[in-house]
Design a protein around this ligand. Structure first.
Ligand SMILES: NC(=O)C1=CN([C@@H]2O[C@H](COP(=O)(O)OP(=O)(O)OC[C@H]3O[C@@H](n4cnc5c(N)ncnc54)[C@H](O)[C@@H]3O)[C@@H](O)[C@H]2O)C=CC1
Ligand SMILES: [Mg+2]
Length: 342
């Protein structure tokens, strides 16, 4: 039977097109949802929604060892909201995060004005602070939740225009906010952070801030200043924090880091000359910085959980979700390869 043209057109608007590879069509679909409020509202009806309460994501435990972010349908969320006395108009506050591989639009929604325990009971999940939740989730799911939280936080802190002081209005997807008084469009922001795993050829350099948990050492990092290149930021940060000049910077990879407020981490490897490895640590930034041998790093990578109170002191490294962990593992791999090649 022929479908009416209106239905065909609305179908085109609410589903990724099938003309290209599934990745390309998903990316184009998400882009369309950011630009077309009507298509976005329709996508929400068929989409999945991740709930947050005052920026803490709702997690479920499918079994004793696994945590996963709870994904709801729009009608499930409507039911939960109605059970708690809300008229469901909050659904308009949902923010688009992306699109799943199953072509379903993904949204996040903060229900912070409702009673936390009541939502948990109605939705059979638990709201867990992102600092904890991020590391409980599998590495494949943590970025989705951290992106959702970052977008929700941005909306909560961007309600007014910096130029006119007037309230800003969001588009349906939540990908931008607009001030009609000053005609300014605002987009979600991230701060760029440069991270360097510095090596002298046989050892690598790690440091710790006073705020780090006991025994944790990480790669050196710092916020990029306005106008700096990545290389300039790395050279400046390493000079400031440990008094060394680096060279041979090579880019590794990047990640979105939700702590404390949405950073765009750019990870690199860098070398110092073996003749110039004497550290001059700036104690206003770092409590300690040290050179670590391959053996020390290999041992630290084997530590599975942070030491508990009363445990003997040990060195441990950032968890797998962190770019610093990746840089350290890459360095270990490079060392193994160069030892094998000798
Ligand atoms: N994912 C990962 O593997 C890693 C993540 N990080 C993250 O990188 C971030 C930066 O590292 P730090 O050594 O703390 O940076 P940092 O060495 O630049 O020191 C932080 C200080 O820089 C100033 N600052 C300048 N611009 C800033 C901005 N846009 N936002 C906030 N503060 C700014 C503040 O005074 C702040 O106290 C931290 O939030 C940390 O969590 C750090 C290492 C590894
Ligand atoms: Mg730093």
């Amino acid at each position: 039977m022929l479908r009416p043209l209106r239905l065909l057109l609305s179908g085109l608007k609410t589903q990724p097109s099938r003309c290209c590879s599934s990745f390309v069509s998903r990316m184009r679909y998400v882009n369309r949802l950011k630009e077309d409020d009507e298509a976005c509202a329709a996508a929400l009806k068929d989409g999945s929604i991740f709930l947050f309460h005052r920026l803490s994501p709702l997690l479920r435990r499918p079994d004793a060892r696994t945590f996963s972010p709870a994904a709801f349908t729009c009608s499930d969320v409507q039911l939960v909201l109605q059970r708690l006395g809300s008229d469901g108009s909050q659904l308009k506050e949902a923010v688009l995060i992306g699109c799943s591989e199953q072509n379903q639009a993904q949204f996040c929604l903060d229900v912070g004005e409702l009673d936390q325990a009541a939502v948990e009971e109605a939705s059979q999940g638990t709201f867990i602070d992102l600092r904890k939740a991020f590391f409980l989730l599998p590495a494949t799911e943590a970025p989705l939740v951290s992106k959702g939280q970052a977008l929700l936080r941005w909306h909560q802190t961007s309600r007014f225009c910096g130029a006119s002081g007037q309230p800003t209005q969001r588009n349906r997807a939540g990908s931008q906010r607009f001030c009609s008084s000053s005609s300014t469009v605002y987009y979600p922001k991230m701060s760029a952070v440069a991270v360097a795993l510095v090596s002298d050829g046989s050892r690598c350099l790690l440091g710790r801030q006073p705020s780090f948990p006991r025994g944790l050492y990480s790669a050196l990092a710092g916020f990029c200043d306005m106008g700096e290149t990545l290389e300039e930021a790395l050279c400046r940060e390493v000079a400031e924090e440990v008094g060394l000049e680096i060279q041979s910077i090579s880019y590794s990879s990047s990640q979105h880091w939700p702590f404390p407020h949405s950073s765009f981490m750019l990870g690199c490897h860098a070398l110092v000359s073996p003749a110039h490895t004497q550290l001059s640590v700036d104690n206003s930034e770092l409590e300690d910085a040290r050179w670590f041998t391959m053996d020390e790093i290999t041992r630290a990578l084997q530590v599975k959980a942070p030491p508990r109170r009363g445990d003997p002191p040990i060195i441990w490294l950032p968890p797998k979700h962190a770019l610093a962990n990746r840089l350290i593992r890459e360095w270990v791999e490079q060392q193994r390869q160069s030892e094998g090649g000798e």
